[in-house]
Write a protein that binds this ligand. Structure first.
Ligand SMILES: *Cc1c(COP(=O)(O)O)cnc(C)c1O
Length: 466
């Protein structure tokens, strides 16, 4: 058995879960159009759909809620929140937003004009969607290893500087409003970027006058992985590595629903005062006043407390160790998992796990359904369904990675839950030949189609045939 260090917390409040029968799960999945995203959460036993907003808040965060100042303008809670972001992330101008995509919308609107180009280390669906809505074309400049589920590269989130240089040379710095980096890279399976590569990327971009913005949703997890994988950082506190990741960048977009242990909220942070003024103007239109940005005062208090907890070494050690434990159990049993393990999730290579299901029958979506039917576990497809269609050609994008992502909420599940997940997925993998067909679209939404799409088994009434 792989190691499982004890959690640095004990449980003070519980939320009952309901176990379901296989027959109940079949009924629920059919009603959900073979899309686990459309299940009701009460029909799910272990919910690994996302680690976003699903975290357990601490007693300190819950008590911070009561300190929320709900004044419309200039609430005390805003200044507490602003100070926490400045202290831990090091950016001067802090603009609150209701969640990460609110910040993406504002940053994209401020900087992107039709016909421009945005390079980045792989894409995130909502980030790229906002860039494309504003008329930019996205260019993936991540290292090739990121697309290879079997590569053991320790920093699959790194930028391939030659690819970035080629984009700059081809389109010219004037048509590149910014470089869009993420730490960690969610779509590659929570893979980190090294401090060295991030710094070099910023130097290259800055030498052409191009700013760099960082998606910091999981930058604390990235910092922890830097501590363990990048030479020279082993003895540094995670809080210091976090600041080193942010230091060379021009600003950040944050979903506080991830690292910051909150259930809702986010921010956009900038160094350039003029850009910050422009962004505050748009916050008024799309989010709320620039001192609450769509959050309640109590949300800002919970986030401020959560940021401080997120960089606690004991917290982040246990958080990443739980993820690694699940990965190690699956790997030991021969389930094809993406390595190295990411900071927030374990990804199963569905194309390798179900080689008999053709790519156009969505093996990862099919595996997600099988995991739910097996034990009420909900993961999410991160493959062709999520990648969507190319806006210019209308063709399906076919990414190399066809993954079932199991994202682990922070401080929510115990080792017994994680063992149940491992046992169920090992059983699904052992019996994979019983899955006789994949899925086809019944209904395909235009934007972020994975959320609301409905499917049907490609042949017969079930993915198990007959
Ligand atoms: C969740 C997430 C976002 C979007 O944030 P929301 O709070 O869901 O709007 C952006 N980037 C990354 C890497 C994320 O994980």
């Amino acid at each position: 058995m792989p190691a499982y260090p004890p959690e640095p917390w004990r449980i003070k409040m519980v939320e009952p879960l309901r176990a379901t029968t296989r027959a109940e799960r079949e009924t629920a999945l059919r009603a959900a159009g073979w899309n686990p995203c459309l299940l009701r959460s009460e029909d799910v036993y272990v919910d690994l759909f996302t680690d976003s907003g699903t975290n357990a808040m601490s007693d300190r965060q819950w008590s911070a809620l009561l300190r929320g100042d709900e004044a419309y303008a200039g609430a005390r809670s805003f200044y507490v929140f602003e100070q926490a972001v400045r202290t831990f992330y090091g950016y001067e101008h802090v603009i609150p937003v209701h969640q990460g995509r609110g910040g993406e919308n504002i940053l994209s609107r401020c900087l992107i004009r039709p016909g421009t180009h945005v390079p980045g280390n792989m894409y995130f669906p909502s980030t790229r969607a906002h860039q494309e809505l504003n008329g930019a074309q996205f260019h993936d400049v991540i290292v090739d290893e990121a697309h290879d589920p079997d590569s053991d590269h320790p920093f699959k989130g790194d930028v391939d500087l030659a690819k970035l240089k080629a984009v700059i040379d081809e389109f010219g710095p004037a048509s590149i409003p910014y470089v869009s980096l993420a730490a960690t890279v969610n779509m590659a399976g929570g893979q980190p970027i090294s401090v060295a590569n991030l710094t070099e990327t910023c130097e290259l971009a800055h030498s052409h006058g191009i700013p760099v913005f960082l998606d910091t949703a999981r930058a604390v997890e990235n910092a922890w992985l830097v501590k363990h994988r990048e030479p020279g950082w082993a003895c540094r506190p995670v809080a210091e590595i976090l600041r080193a990741l942010c230091a060379p960048t021009d600003g950040a977009v944050m979903s506080a629903k991830k690292d910051s242990l909150a259930n809702i909220g986010g921010w956009l942070a900038l160094r350039d005062p003029d850009l910050a003024e422009q962004a505050r103007g748009l916050v008024l239109l799309y989010e709320g006043l620039h001192t609450y940005g769509g959050m309640a005062g109590r949300d800002m208090e919970a986030i401020a407390a959560g940021i401080a907890e997120s960089v606690d070494e004991n917290h982040i050690r246990a958080r990443v160790a739980q993820v690694e434990y699940l990965g190690e159990r699956l790997r030991e049993a021969g389930v094809p998992v993406v390595r190295p393990f990411g900071g927030h999730c374990i990804c199963i290579d569905a194309a390798a796990a179900l080689p008999h299901i053709p790519r156009d029958e969505y093996p990862a979506q099919t595996l997600a359904c099988a995991a739910y039917l097996q034990a009420g576990i909900r993961g999410v497809e991160r493959g062709a369904v999520t990648a969507g269609r190319d806006p210019s050609t209308g063709e399906n994008r076919l990414p190399r990675l066809e993954l079932l992502r199991l994202a682990i909420p922070r401080r929510v599940y115990t080792r017994a839950h994680i063992d149940l997940v491992a046992d169920a997925l090992i059983a699904v993998h052992r019996d994979r030949d019983r899955i006789t067909c994949g899925l086809t679209f019944d209904w395909e939404p235009q934007h972020l189609r994975f959320f609301q799409a409905r499917f049907a088994p490609a042949r017969g009434p079930s993915i198990f045939g007959g």
